[in-house]
Design a protein around this ligand. Structure first.
Ligand SMILES: [Zn+2]
Ligand SMILES: [Zn+2]
Length: 258
């Protein structure tokens, strides 16, 4: 069944440290492909809890090199390839900084696991990655670490993911008319932050993007305190677009257009 499963719905340092919400990323099952997006701390244990089989993973998408998005990437490659017992398998899509490292960090993907991948795509905004009948159009962000989102299409369903980003004018336009838009919203209401979205930013984005459904997730501590359910209701009331606050383990079916 085509679906999106939120292994976790938390993000940001305090939520990661105390696991107020899990930070294991989300899984997209589309066609016969399984995509693990942003495998942060707890990815394997949350796969087990949510009855997701990590050995069936085909594609891993890591938006950027912050620990709540990338920490368990090698563990997921190990599960996907059974430590190399199946030979090379699967694809990784991520930034140059995650794959190659930068001035202050060694590569997140260690060389043993990189060699087990069938393909490793180093991407930036505007790139298009094709894998079978799936197409990822890489979207841009404004964050304190090079970071990318995507619009994923199988020719029928279109799923957008903002990844971590502050608001900028072009953000909504990138996700025009997706069926489902997943937004990382760390702060409630009008609480502005130079590197992340608030609920008020989401209003502006989804008014432009007009998705069929918006799901907010990756909640920081302040967002959890003010209750994401109320934030989602406010966004829905203001925009007229159906909006859901993710919970750990939430699974949403993807309705395909005929
Ligand atoms: Zn994050
Ligand atoms: Zn980040």
């Amino acid at each position: 069944m085509d679906k999106v499963t939120f292994l976790g719905s938390g993000g940001g340092r305090i939520v990661v440290a105390h696991q107020l919400r899990s930070t294991a990323g989300f899984i997209i099952n589309l066609g016969n492909k399984q995509i693990h997006v942003d495998p942060g701390p707890g990815a394997l244990i949350r796969c087990s809890a949510c009855k997701i089989n990590p050995t069936r993973t085909n594609i891993i998408f890591v938006s950027h090199g912050h620990i709540d998005h990338v920490n368990d990437v090698n563990a997921i490659i190990d599960a996907m390839t059974l430590g190399g017992a199946r030979g090379k398998k699967g694809a990784l899509i991520s930034t140059k900084e995650v794959i190659m490292g930068n001035r202050v960090r060694t590569p997140w993907i260690n060389s043993f696991y990189k060699n087990l991948l069938e393909s490793c795509f180093q991407v930036k905004a505007g790139d298009v990655v094709k894998s079978g009948n799936l197409e990822f159009t890489i979207s841009g962000t404004k964050h304190d670490e090079p970071c990318v989102g995507f619009i994923l299409s199988d020719g029928s369903a279109r799923i957008g993911y903002t990844a971590d980003t502050a608001y900028f004018a072009e953000l909504g336009k990138q996700f025009k008319n997706v069926d489902l838009l997943i937004l990382n919203v760390l702060r409630p209401g009008k609480d502005k932050w130079g590197t992340h979205l608030s609920s008020e930013d989401v209003l502006r984005i989804i008014k432009k993007a007009t998705p069929e459904l918006a799901i907010i997730q990756h909640f920081g501590a302040k967002m959890l305190k003010s209750d994401p359910v109320y934030e989602a209701r406010w966004i829905q009331k203001e925009t007229g677009i159906r909006t859901i606050a993710a919970t750990d383990g939430l699974s949403i079916g993807l309705r395909k257009k005929d």
